[in-house]
Design a protein around this ligand. Structure first.
Ligand SMILES: Cc1cc2nc3c(=O)[nH]c(=O)nc-3n(C[C@H](O)[C@H](O)[C@H](O)COP(=O)(O)OP(=O)(O)OC[C@H]3O[C@@H](n4cnc5c(N)ncnc54)[C@H](O)[C@@H]3O)c2cc1C
Length: 432
């Protein structure tokens, strides 16, 4: 039977490998990092493990929940009610319930009502095609009002998409409203978020175990730098001299696929390279005390060097961590100066920003920090994105492509990585 090579050991690659080995196909997964998991990978923290980048799921993440059920992990999923806030005008405003929105004084009362209506009604929009031609900016201004846009949404779009903020499609923000609106208990004022007890490392570890036990191979610290076609029409991978593959699935970023040494046509590579994305820098702080009662603080003020303060232990409790765990997250262009700085400088910039939000904060509260950075963290969903979506099959025979850039109209997320991994495996099996 054909051997299948999967480049990338993130959730998309691992899910595809899991599906394929369970159907009896020999699979080898190649991951350039030292650990599998990709963006959802973790590190050990006391008796638990913690994601390098903050992660939770929504009640509507059914593909992920189905996979957890199949793997016998469903009992590990805990559901929690988050407390949210917005930081703007040098002030922290609670932002969890509809009442919080009604009391949100930085914008006019009429804008509060319009913003509430927009977020509520977004979930009933089924056909998003008319949103594809509009920018998030124009749509938000028209629907929620100019002051709501400038006070809340513009700083958010800029801090997530940097210089591409004005290019972001209305589809992207509509989908965010829809997702958060759907992740609720029956009472509409209560949002529920899911987190796996012990961390999502349990899911990654289980997938790795299942793949290995079914005869699949996972090669970490193994970077594939090129793909060549052999005379017998199989594919050889540069970076893995031991044999060839009948089919190959690439699950890294479009830019990484475009940069691979391969016979992919120039025009296709150009279309991949043109897809925009943002990087992310995430700092984990272990603190000896809590910063606030909030899980999720959105920083809608551009003079603060990060966009999110996420106090993980305010959602899931302190059990297993031994500290109050806080993430500070910043998105930036790959060319941004912040990516040139060393960890120590970034830490200093971030801690200064934290002191601005919490004037009582002292660096003595910090027990440990850990910084993670990644260039491909968030695809930029521009107008008419459906026309740009790469397909699972590439123009090179036997080479398939499945990455976050293909998640649409939803936005990236573990749930969609699982959906995509399964779809890619099915596509490969269909061909075989
Ligand atoms: C800051 C942040 C917060 C997030 N928060 C959430 C959240 O709360 N909830 C949620 O559901 N999702 C969240 N996500 C998104 C989620 O992590 C991703 O959607 C998902 O993990 C993507 O999986 P993937 O396998 O498609 O991609 P990746 O995880 O990027 O995996 C691709 C892998 O391919 C490897 N690779 C690339 N090129 C090569 C090569 N040439 N050779 C070998 N290996 C290669 C890479 O090293 C990488 O490990 C977040 C992401 C970020 C960045």
């Amino acid at each position: 039977m054909f051997r299948i090579g999967i480049i990338g050991g993130g959730l998309t690659g691992l899910t595809a490998a899991y599906r394929l080995v369970k159907k009896g196909f020999p699979v080898v997964v190649f991951e350039e990092d030292s650990e599998p998991g990709g963006l959802a990978s973790s590190f050990d923290l006391r008796t638990s493990s913690l994601e390098r980048f903050y992660h939770h799921i929504f009640t509507s993440d059914l593909h992920l929940l189905d996979l957890c059920r199949e793997l016998g992990l469903e009992d590990l999923m805990g559901w929690y009610e988050p407390k949210n806030a917005i930081y703007t005008d040098n002030h922290l405003y609670p932002f969890t319930s509809p009442m919080d929105l009604l009391r949100f004084s930085p914008i006019s009362f009429i804008s509060r009502i319009r913003t509430g209506l927009l977020t509520l009604t977004s979930r009933f929009i089924k056909d998003y095609k008319h949103l594809e031609s509009q920018t998030a900016r124009d749509w938000l201004i028209r629907k929620a009002g100019r002051d709501s846009y400038h006070k809340v949404w513009e700083p958010l779009l800029v801090s997530k998409f940097d210089r591409d903020a004005d290019l972001v499609s209305a589809t992207w923000i509509w989908n965010k409203f829809k997702l958060r609106g759907a992740s609720r208990a029956k009472n509409i004022s209560r949002e529920m978020l899911g987190y796996m007890k012990g961390g999502f490392a349990r899911l990654v570890d289980r997938l790795v175990k299942e793949i290995s036990e079914a005869g699949g191979i996972i090669r970490t610290n193994c970077r594939i730098s090129g793909i060549r076609r052999l005379e017998d029409s199989r594919l050889a991978l540069d970076g893995f001299p031991e044999g060839a593959f009948g089919r190959v699935l690439f699950t890294g970023s479009p830019q990484q696929l475009a940069a691979l040494d391969s016979p992919l046509p120039a025009k296709y590579r150009e279309s991949l390279a043109a897809l925009k994305a943002k990087g992310n820098i995430c700092m984990v702080l272990e603190l000896d005390r809590s910063l606030s009662p909030y899980y999720w603080i959105t920083v809608a003020q551009q003079d603060i060097p990060f966009v999110l303060v996420i106090e993980h232990t305010n959602l899931v409790g302190l059990d297993g961590y031994g500290s109050h765990v806080v993430y500070l997250s910043r998105y930036a262009d790959h060319q941004d100066d912040i990516f040139m700085k060393n960890d120590r400088d970034i830490e200093s910039i971030f801690l200064d920003g934290l002191s601005r939000i919490f004037p009582g904060f002292s660096r003595e509260w910090v027990k440990r920090t850990r910084l993670s950075r990644v260039f491909y963290a968030q695809p930029v969903i521009t107008r008419h994105y459906s026309r740009l979506l790469p397909t699972l099959k590439t123009p090179m025979d036997s080479l398939y492509f499945a990455s976050m850039a293909q998640i649409y109209p939803e936005d990236r997320g573990m749930n969609y990585a699982v959906r995509l991994g399964l779809a890619a495996a099915d596509e490969i099996m269909k061909e075989l």
